[in-house]
Every structure is written in structure tokens, then in C-alpha cells.
Design a protein around this ligand. Structure first.
Ligand code: ADP
Length: 170
């Protein structure tokens, strides 16, 4: 129903979400915003057939960047990475659909843009690993973890039923 509250889906754990409700946390990094790539990036996910279920612009405080990238905290580039993510506004998104986590990684391309295939977002728009334009969750579990970090207040999310589903999937 259109009026179902967003919190009902947020409280569902990854194990109980239906396959077609898989979610990825995708973020346009500050360089993507500055370079005017937001529309092009959103377009690639829309045209593939995923559903935008969360969207907000956000000036990331250091603690959120550190929490998001906590698995990389021992890496030598970690301080620069945190500074980069906090250097300007980011666009935080939740994309939903069957297979979205893996598919988003393919749309995004390899971490190092010089190794990303042409046709991928990083392959088409970036050259430097420290300026690689976009983030996408690397597993279902991390997708839910990251959505919890960036959309903790629920602001920027809304529940809606995609009516094009029968035209996309058998
Ligand atoms: P991905 O973003 O493709 O999941 P990682 O989780 O390995 O890749 O790294 C997270 C982010 O950290 C990368 O997207 C990139 O912005 C940054 N990063 C990774 N490796 C390096 C590196 N060697 N030097 C600088 N920044 C890096």
C-alpha cells in the first residue's frame, strides 16, 4: 500500500527481505558531485531496471566516513580516503531490486578506474583510485549495514511500489 511507513522495511533484516527487495547502498562521492555526474549516474541505475528507494545530499562528518570504511582503517590511504569523502557533499542512495548488489558493482566497475572496463561508470568517468566517483556495497550484508549508517534517521527514504516490475521481470 502506498502509505506503508518506510520504517517497516528498514527494520526487516537482510535474511528476511524478499529476493526482489535486495538493496545496495550507492553513493556519488564528492568528485562525482563536483564534476556534474549525478544525473548520469542515477540514469544508469534507472535504465537498468533498479528502483530508487532512498536519496539525499549530505555533507559527511568524519565519524560516518570512518564507520563506513572501518574495514580499511589499517590501510595507509585511510586518512586520505576519509578526507576525500568529507571534502564536499555526497549523494546517498538506496537502490533496490533482485541482484542489485552484484549488478551495481558491475555497473560501477573495478576499484581502480584504469582497470575498469569501458562502459562502466568508473571506466567511463574516472582515472584515479582516490577519485573514483562512486561507491557501491560489496555484499548484501554490507548493503544493509551501510544503509543503516547513512540513512539511520530514515530521512531521504520513502516506501513506494514500482509498477513497471511485470515489464522488467518474468
Ligand atoms: P570499492 O570502493 O571498489 O569497494 P575498496 O572497498 O577496496 O573498493 O576501497 C574503498 C575505497 O577506498 C575505494 O573506492 C577508493 O576510493 C579508496 N581506495 C582503495 N584503494 C585505494 C588506494 N590504493 N589508494 C587510494 N585510495 C584507495
Amino acid at each position: 500500500p502506498p502509505c506503508r511507513r518506510a520504517s517497516s522495511s528498514r527494520s526487516r533484516s537482510v535474511t528476511t527481505r524478499a529476493a526482489n527487495q535486495e538493496r545496495s547502498y550507492v553513493m556519488v562521492k564528492p568528485d562525482g558531485v563536483q564534476r556534474g555526474l549525478v544525473g548520469k549516474i542515477i540514469s544508469r541505475f534507472e535504465r537498468k531496471g533498479f528502483y530508487l528507494k532512498g536519496l539525499k545530499m549530505f555533507n559527511c562528518p568524519e565519524d560516518i566516513a570512518k564507520e563506513h570504511y572501518k574495514d580499511l582503517s589499517s590501510k595507509p590511504f585511510f586518512p586520505d580516503l576519509v578526507e576525500y569523502i568529507c571534502s564536499g557533499p555526497v549523494i546517498c542512495m538506496i537502490w533496490e531490486g533482485k541482484g542489485v548488489v552484484k549488478s551495481a558493482r558491475k555497473l560501477i566497475g573495478a576499484t581502480n578506474p584504469l582497470e575498469s572496463e569501458p562502459g562502466t561508470i568508473r571506466g567511463d568517468f574516472a582515472v584515479e583510485v582516490g577519485r573514483n566517483v562512486i561507491h557501491g556495497s560489496d555484499s548484501d550484508e554490507n548493503g544493509e549495514r551501510e544503509i543503516g549508517i547513512w540513512f539511520s534517521s530514515g530521512e531521504g527514504t520513502a516506501e513506494w511500489t514500482p509498477h513497471m516490475e511485470p515489464w522488467l521481470r518474468e
